[in-house]
Design a binder for this molecule. Sequence first.
Ligand code: NAD
Ligand code: MG
Length: 416
Amino acid sequence: MKAITVLGSTGSIGTQTLAIVEEFPERFRVVALTAGNNLDLLIEQIRRHRPEVVALADGERLEELRQRLEALEPSARPARQPELLAGSDGLCAAAAWPSADLVVTGIVGCAGLLPTLAAIGAGKDLALANKETLIAAGPVVLPALEASGSRLLPADSEHSAIFQCLQGTPWAESARLSTGVPTPGLRRLQLTASGGAFRDWAAADLHKATVADATSHPNWSMGRKITVDSATLMNKGLEVIEAHYLFGLDYDHIEIVIHPQSIIHSMVELDDSSVLAQLGWPDMKLPILYCLSWPERQATPWRRLDLTEVGQLTFRAPDRAKYPCMELAYAAGRAGGTMPAAMNAANEQAVALFLEERIHFLDIPRLIERVCDRHRVDLTTSPSLADVLAVDAWAREAVREAAATLSTSTPTPLLA
Ligand code: NAD
Ligand code: MG
């Protein structure tokens, strides 16, 4: 029985993790939950999973949570109320909770950084969904993993595919899961991308993209931020940096290929030129389950892949002019140091402004580029945690300042 902590339990990753725990109660149990501010769902999760501890990011609502738990009908109330914590310290304490074996990081954005480091500091294995943490703070997270012996199991579907393909290679046998050290025998990674909401739009029409357009993903059902990141292809750019830190390859050997069906979740090319791929329906439950069950495979009754039903698998190179965020991510990854932190924070802030309808879709890459250009002179090559946090805060403010100077009229089309 594996004891699981779920950071961001009320989100897309969090709820899917809890659904897996409910489906395999003999294998997994929940010991700790953290959430932002969705009390209705959190209370339902506490009722069903009876965690030992719960941490709420929004400390102002802690008293409300306490009162609502105490007001539950006796039959609905957990026999023992969980310990209730709040704020950043509370999230970190829950992330480091002693009885947990594995921590699923389902918080969105760099807000997950301190809880992730707390889990690593406590020696917990991680199921990494919260990619922004590794991207912003790779130079801090990797040495922390090395020092604590925590293992980083990728929950992102592409990285899970690569991880699965590498089982059986000398790399996996040495159990070096996340060291930033090149994986022996691995020559190239190909990350597949659905192409996001605008894959069938002409680049010249993207200036008309609305929030409703950008938040409807053709293949995957996910949180709003990552859905917009998929529409800009920033998500794939972030995943390139994530793959660099997880598998140690340089950026010239990590490629993106558009695969509209989202059946092949990524591919690895080995030194002898053999290419291995992992296939499945586009459903995050499988990569999450693999993190939970690894190194074992848990038998499931889930819908089996039928390639005759899929019919065709197609592939094409991404259109670099249509997706400037992809190039910005490669450039930030290659620059290294604090540049990925600046880029990631600029993206988080720009996407938030877009979701509030305060900037246009095409302003997202323009703002990120401006902030990365400004950061170049201040780049720190071997940053500390304090450096990363300072750059993160600076980049958000820089985006807000730059956004205030933008014209509110529709921006010029990308290729005009
Ligand atoms: P989501 O928006 O659905 O959920 C985010 C969770 O984090 C919620 O529980 C929310 O309450 C919590 N949260 C938000 N802001 C917080 C803060 N400041 N402090 C503490 N908690 C906070 O997001 P999601 O789609 O589940 O994505 C979570 C992470 O997983 C992201 O990093 C995303 O890139 C990654 N990911 C998601 C998917 C997916 O299918 N959803 C796939 C691959 C990777
Ligand atoms: Mg992914």
